[in-house]
Design a protein around this ligand. Structure first.
Ligand code: MN
Length: 208
C-alpha cells in the first residue's frame, strides 16, 4: 500500500506549501445522490512529491472548518486532476462550499479522445493506458465509518494513484488532435453544469 497521512476535516496548514503544479483528487460519499448522500472522504495525491492525503469529513461539517483544503482546491495555479469531475466538484461545493478552480477531467478528455469505445471508466483508462487491472469492489462500501478498513484505504488511494499518468497521456492526445479548445470550453462550462445539477437541472438541457 502507498504511504499516506490521514486527517480529520482539513489539511494542516504547513502542508499547503508542498503543493506545486498538480494534484490528483477524488471523493467518497455515502452514495450517488449528492444532497442525500454525504461527503465522507477527500483523497489527494500531491503529484510533485507523491505524498497521499486522506481527509475524513465529519457529518454536518461546518465548511469554515476546512479552510486549508479550500485554499488548495480553489488555487488557480495548481491543476486538479479528477475522473468524472462533475460529481466531485458538486459534492465539494455542496458540503464544503469549495469552488474548485483549474480542473482536468480524465473522463471528459477520454470521451473526446477515445471515440472507438463508450467505456470511459477509470478502470478502463488504467487498463488501456497503463496495462494495470484495478479492483473497484470497495466503491460501494460504507465510507462514513469512523475507522476505515485496510481495503477501503487501499481503494481510496488507488483512485488517485494513476490519475496523473492518465492525464499526461490524454492531454498529449488532446493537443495532437487539436481538441484543446473544445476541451477547455467544456471545462469552462463545467461550473455552470455543476450549479445546474445542484439546482435540479441534472439532464442535458440541449437535448430534444
Ligand atoms: Mn473514488
Amino acid at each position: 500500500m502507498s504511504n499516506y497521512q490521514l486527517f480529520q476535516n482539513d489539511l494542516p496548514k504547513q502542508i499547503l506549501k508542498t503543493f506545486k503544479t498538480s494534484i490528483s483528487v477524488d471523493t467518497e460519499t455515502m452514495g450517488l445522490v449528492i444532497k442525500r448522500d454525504r461527503l465522507c472522504l477527500v483523497q489527494i495525491k500531491n503529484n510533485s512529491d507523491g505524498e497521499n492525503y486522506l481527509i475524513q469529513i465529519n457529518d454536518k461539517i461546518d465548511p469554515k472548518k476546512c479552510q486549508n483544503l479550500k485554499t488548495l482546491l480553489e488555487n488557480k495555479k495548481i491543476l486538479k486532476i479528477f475522473h468524472y469531475a462533475r460529481f466531485d466538484i458538486a459534492v465539494l461545493k455542496h458540503y464544503l462550499k469549495i469552488n474548485v478552480n483549474n480542473i482536468f477531467c480524465t473522463k471528459i478528455a477520454s470521451k473526446l479522445i477515445r471515440t472507438y469505445t463508450n467505456r470511459h471508466g477509470l478502470k478502463d483508462l488504467i487498463s488501456e493506458f497503463l496495462k494495470i487491472d484495478i479492483d473497484k469492489k470497495e466503491q460501494s462500501s460504507n465510507w462514513s465509518n469512523k475507522s476505515l478498513s485496510k481495503d477501503q484505504i487501499w481503494y481510496a488511494l488507488n483512485d488517485v494513484k494513476y490519475l496523473h499518468e492518465i492525464y499526461q497521456v490524454l492531454n498529449a492526445e488532446l493537443k495532437k488532435k487539436s481538441l484543446i479548445k473544445e476541451y477547455d470550453e467544456i471545462i469552462s462550462f463545467l461550473k455552470t453544469k455543476v450549479r445546474l445539477d445542484l439546482m435540479g437541472w441534472d439532464f442535458d438541457i440541449y437535448s430534444h
